[in-house]
Design a protein around this ligand. Structure first.
Ligand code: GLN
Length: 272
């Protein structure tokens, strides 16, 4: 019986951590390299490190930040304070883009507001010929993006997407993928404790949460080739509003796809 592990579970539970037992097991394995259910207990040094992490997790720092990496689709990303954690909800966004690119030779792809680079890297893995560029403005997120893309052939650009479209050649891109900040002003006031540790820059979509969808639908059509795609992650209540923006700015095909939790998650728009 591993008393340290039991105590860790109880402590995270008391702190209100969702899935406390799962998190405790992850942290235990991370520090000791052993399975807590089969282990007698940590040595002194392991106990000290486990204590540090328990304090941080009980303060509701995301588990992803404590582990320093997280799986997304079939690969692993470096993650930590300053960058949005890759989420399973976003996997379907990547899969949607990869399906749209099937059969295209060397398509040019942009991942805007890339964060860890999860979406752009996922597309690059699924479409080996694709020329993918990940764009990120945040100084804090940048080092994670650089490390995650190293050696993959995916390019990185540090830029603000609100002006970067002016630097691009018209009709030069086949597909734009993005998980932009999309929380509303009201949602920013009542974040989950874990999300409150993530960078506001990656979450805050302006008063109505739609600032980046307005930007993309209004200003990024020009950089796409005719027939090019915009594939956007959305908040689960934003489908109608984002589709309406698509119609207003002349996009076609507008559809919404759900994530594996059954929530509206992806909007696909096509340039005529
Ligand atoms: N999915 C995140 C959340 O629910 C938000 C990410 C984003 O704004 N792009 O907190």
């Amino acid at each position: 019986m591993n008393k340290s592990f039991q105590a860790l579970c109880a402590r995270l539970q008391a702190a209100g951590v969702p899935d406390a037992r799962f998190d405790a097991a992850q942290l235990y394995r991370f520090v000791t390299g052993r399975d807590p259910r089969l282990d007698d207990g940590p040595d002194e040094e392991e106990a000290r490190r486990l204590e540090e992490l328990a304090v941080r997790r009980a303060a509701r720092e995301p588990l992803q930040y404590l582990l320093g990496e997280w799986d997304f689709l079939d690969f692993t990303l470096k993650v930590g304070p300053g960058v949005l954690c890759p989420r399973a909800d976003s996997e379907v966004v990547c899969e949607t883009a990869a399906e749209l690119l099937q059969g295209k030779q060397a398509p040019v792809v942009l991942d805007l507001c890339a964060g860890t680079g999860c979406l752009g890297l996922g597309v690059a893995r699924a479409c080996p010929g694709a020329q993918v560029t990940c764009v990120e403005k945040s100084e804090a997120a940048w080092p994670y993006l650089v490390e995650n893309t190293a050696g993959t052939g995916v390019r990185t650009v540090q830029a603000d997407v609100f002006c970067w479209y002016r630097a691009l050649a018209p009709e030069s891109v086949d597909l734009i993928i993005s998980n932009p900040p999309y929380l509303t002003g009201e949602e920013m006031e009542s974040l989950m404790p874990e999300t409150a540790h993530e960078p506001a820059l990656a979450l805050d979509g302006g008063t109505d949460g739609l600032d980046f969808y307005r930007l993309f639908t209004e200003h990024y059509a020009v950089v796409l080739r005719p027939g090019g795609w915009l594939v956007l992650e959305i908040g689960c209540a934003q489908a109608d509003e984002v589709l309406a923006l698509g119609s207003r700015y002349g996009w076609q095909y507008g559809r919404c796809r759900k994530d594996y939790g059954g929530n509206d998650r992806v909007i696909v728009l096509q340039k005529p």
